[in-house]
Design a protein around this ligand. Structure first.
Ligand SMILES: [Zn+2]
Length: 531
């Protein structure tokens, strides 16, 4: 029996960027787009070219993704021609595979917010879709406030959607922009729409204002829609968008959907879902939701007692799906064996061959547990994990030794009477028998330390010349009575390879130093620098 294809559209980088307190840099956007691509999302909406410099830069270069990289923007302005609208021109010029237009579909909004006629609104949709098709782009139309609009004036809401479809838009997406629609309403309205526009051209974009964005997405699919729009971890303004991290496992693991639909997410990618969800939180520098369905730390945790003993006999007794399927773990007395298989899977992922009976695997597991208990986050710091594993299993050469460092921060008035802060670092490094002392200034103590460390590594200097730090994230953790600082550093090399390292200490400079050292040593290992 052949299954029907259901498409996933991620708007973490556009709608999710509206979240309070979320501010994506270009580097963030590229890294998140790569994660979404790895996951198997069909469409990745990157942003709104022209809306801010980061989004404009994002779309200035063609991004090589398997996902269709999508630019978002408005249809042509009322009263203007498509060829005489600078905003539309910018969107059409964006280096994107697809363009997602947003247009009004609620008559009240057209009259009050746009101050134009219903006919002009529909003409604007037609012209914009036609212009984007002429540019060779795949076209989507987000019908803003579709459900409210349909309740107020079904003929007009449908006419907006139909105009886009008739002009050749691949998808017409019905948006519950205010997030107030209920599942039975969504099911009924989508059911009416698919009588006019084939369901395999209809999408759903739900907001979570009644905690039903996921349910509304499924209601739309049941009624015939074949594209779901959402975000990682349900990011989005107010109460967020439909959470793809909850939707994907349901589509993959619940027979009612899994038997009927195919999605672009493979079983192997599904097993990385928890990791991807946590990686996004790390990037946003916020603690993951322990109670998140499927991927939360507590999603498969059971307190000891009768539940625990039943689970030991057969996990299916208390679990609706197997946690490993989504990359999560059972939290009942995590057995040595279970922990070991996690470590083995992680080693396999970073390309280290290991024998499961090797006693050093148990040792590595112990070290990881000890260090995670004091604040290290190896799930987020792949390069530090790899180094730890290589050190435990074999050998990472002692390329160089930092015998001493000194960092000073000075605040003073400069020649024109401005208060300035200057940081300086002095580092003593031993490479083989040669000792060198390097000093550097920086815009902060960590930056100065980084500059000094990488200034002169003797014979290794050429291997780290292309190394640069792309991100630096600090979190204060409360472990017991003492607060400790965790630093995550993301680095990039001349080939565009990226990796993340971690350091933990009561002292932020020391934590940063650990992460910087791991980054440099990782680069040397990767470059196969000779000892
Ligand atoms: Zn939205």
């Amino acid at each position: 029996m052949s299954r029907e294809r259901l498409y996933l559209f991620d708007t973490t980088l556009r709608d999710g960027a509206q979240t309070n307190g979320v501010d994506f840099t270009l580097a963030d956007k590229l890294a998140i787009a790569a994660m979404l691509d790895e996951l198997g999302i069909d469409y990745v909406e990157g942003g709104y070219p022209g809306a801010n410099p980061a989004d404009t830069e994002l779309f200035a270069t063609r991004r090589k993704l398997k996902s269709k990289f999508t630019a978002f923007g408005m249809t042509r302005r009322p009263g203007r021609s498509a060829s005489n609208d600078p905003g539309l021109a910018m969107l059409l010029d964006a280096q994107a595979d697809a363009i997602c237009f947003v247009a009004k579909s609620w008559d009240y909004h057209v009259k009050v917010a746009l101050e134009t006629t219903l006919e002009e609104n529909i003409a604007s949709i037609r012209d914009s879709v036609r212009a984007a098709k002429a540019k060779g782009r795949e076209v989507l139309l987000d019908c803003e406030h579709f459900f409210d609009g349909y309740k107020a004036n079904p003929e007009f809401a449908l006419a907006c959607a139909k105009a886009a479809y008739d002009e050749g838009a691949r998808w017409v997406v019905l948006c519950d922009t205010n997030g107030g629609a209920l599942p039975h309403e969504v099911e009924a309205i989508v059911g009416a729409v698919v009588k006019v526009i084939p369901g395999d051209h209809v999408g759903i974009h739900a907001h979570n204002d009644t905690e039903q964005a996921v349910a509304n997405s499924f209601a739309a699919v049941r009624a015939g829609a074949r594209q779901i729009q959402g975000t990682l971890n349900g990011l989005g303004e107010r109460c967020g968008n439909a959470n793809l991290v909850s939707i994907i496992p349901t589509l993959k693991l619940k027979a009612d959907y899994a038997d009927v639909f195919d999605i672009g997410v493979s079983d192997a990618a599904l097993a990385r879902l928890a990791h991807i969800s946590h990686a996004l939180d790390e990037r946003l520098n916020r603690a993951p939701n322990r109670h998140a369905p499927y991927v939360g730390d507590s999603a498969f945790a059971t307190k000891a007692g009768i539940h625990a003993s039943a689970i030991m006999k057969d996990p299916a007794t208390y679990e609706h799906v197997a946690p490993e399927r989504v990359g999560n773990r059972r939290k009942v007395l995590v057995s040595e064996q279970a922990g070991k298989s996690n470590v083995l899977a992680e080693l396999d992922r970073v390309g280290i061959k290991a024998d499961k009976d090797d006693p050093r695997i148990s040792r590595l597991l112990e070290i990881v547990k000890e260090r995670e208990a004091i604040g290290y986050a190896y799930e987020a710091a792949d390069a530090s994990f790899e180094l730890l594993a290589r050190r435990t299993l074999g050998a990472v050469p002692d390329y160089f030794d930092v015998t001493q460092f000194d960092v000073t921060v000075e605040q003073r008035y400069n020649a024109v009477g401005e208060r300035v802060t200057v940081a300086m670092a002095v580092v003593k490094v031993k490479v083989g028998d040669d000792s060198t002392i390097s000093a550097a200034e920086g815009n902060g103590p960590v930056n100065a330390l980084d500059q000094a460390l990488r200034k002169d590594l003797g014979k290794y200097q050429k291997y780290i010349a292309g190394l640069s730090l792309t991100d630096f994230r600090v979190r204060i953790l409360n472990s017991g009575t003492e607060a400790v600082t965790r630093v995550l550093i993301e680095s990039e090399d001349e080939n565009g390879e990226r990796w993340t390292t971690v350091g933990v200490s009561e002292n932020i400079i020391d934590a940063s130093f650990q992460a910087l050292m791991d980054s440099i040593v990782f680069k040397l290992v990767r470059s196969k620098a000779p000892v």
